[in-house]
Design a protein around this ligand. Structure first.
Ligand SMILES: [Zn+2]
Ligand SMILES: [Zn+2]
Length: 252
């Protein structure tokens, strides 16, 4: 009975996608090929070129330099496990840029699917009880219309079967990170975020979704304040990891 219903539901969904494709033909955000509405703006070929980010530190996902990590090895590190979906290049770079700056909001779904896969394969992050996102200041959010990390985080939470909560907020007057160098980012970020105490259950294991992992300063500060507010463990999941300290600075 249930299997029969599943078949009917899938057939109805395929019909719906077909009908929408006829009325509103949609294109892949990366290569421009025509794509079915059900693929959420990312064609199968581009999806398949998004590789796993290899050669990474298991604790922070930073690049390893002859086995040593330059991100978490030299400072107080609060993130128990950090995951990156892919490196910030090729199809992933184009897709993330379209998602952040050109309103390709439907990419949230394929991003969330990829993120949920990586999280399920991970050791710690898969045990999270709550999903949240790196917050965005009010003005920026109003200008862009949405917080891209939050959109993905909500879908990731649904996939993992745990609640999404807006635990973090950005304090007013925070300096923009993108104009700063590597060391300055870690100093500037202190005090940038705070936790909404009423939404934070004591002893929770929290997964924080971010867009681009550059120096690790942002995710580390989120983890620091969450642990200060009673989180037992904090895991991070970023959509993409910048190749070097210059790559994402222009975009962040
Ligand atoms: Zn494509
Ligand atoms: Zn590390």
């Amino acid at each position: 009975m249930t299997a029969g219903r599943g078949v009917i539901r899938r057939a109805a969904y395929a019909l719906l996608c077909g009908a929408i494709d006829t009325v509103f033909p949609s294109r892949c955000a990366v290569c421009g090929a025509s794509v079915s509405w059900g693929r959420h703006s990312l064609c199968a070929a581009c999806h398949d070129t998004i590789p796993r980010a290899g050669d990474r530190c298991p604790r922070c996902s930073g690049y390893l330099d002859s086995g040593a990590c330059s991100v978490c090895g030299t400072r107080a590190w609060y993130v128990d496990e950090n995951i990156v979906v892919a490196n910030y290049r090729g199809a992933m770079r184009t897709a993330v840029r379209k998602y952040k700056f050109s309103g390709a909001r439907r990419l949230a779904r394929p991003f969330a699917e990829l993120a949920a896969q990586r999280i399920t394969d991970a050791e710690g992050a898969t045990t999270c009880d709550i999903v949240t996102a790196v917050p965005m200041g009010r003005t920026k959010r109003w200008r862009r219309g949405y917080n891209q990390s939050e959109e993905v985080a909500r879908l990731v939470a649904r996939r993992l079967g745990v609640p999404y909560r807006r635990l973090l907020r950005e304090n007013r007057g925070a300096l923009v990170q993108k104009t700063l160098g590597y060391r300055e980012r870690f100093l500037n970020i202190l005090g940038r975020f705070s936790v909404s105490p009423r939404r934070m259950p004591e002893g929770a294991r929290v997964l924080v979704v971010d867009d681009i992992f550059t120096t690790g300063a942002t995710i580390n500060e989120c983890a620091r304040v969450l642990k200060g507010a009673g989180a037992r463990a904090v895991y991070g999941c970023a959509l993409a990891r910048a190749a070097a300290h210059g790559d994402a600075e222009r975009d962040a």
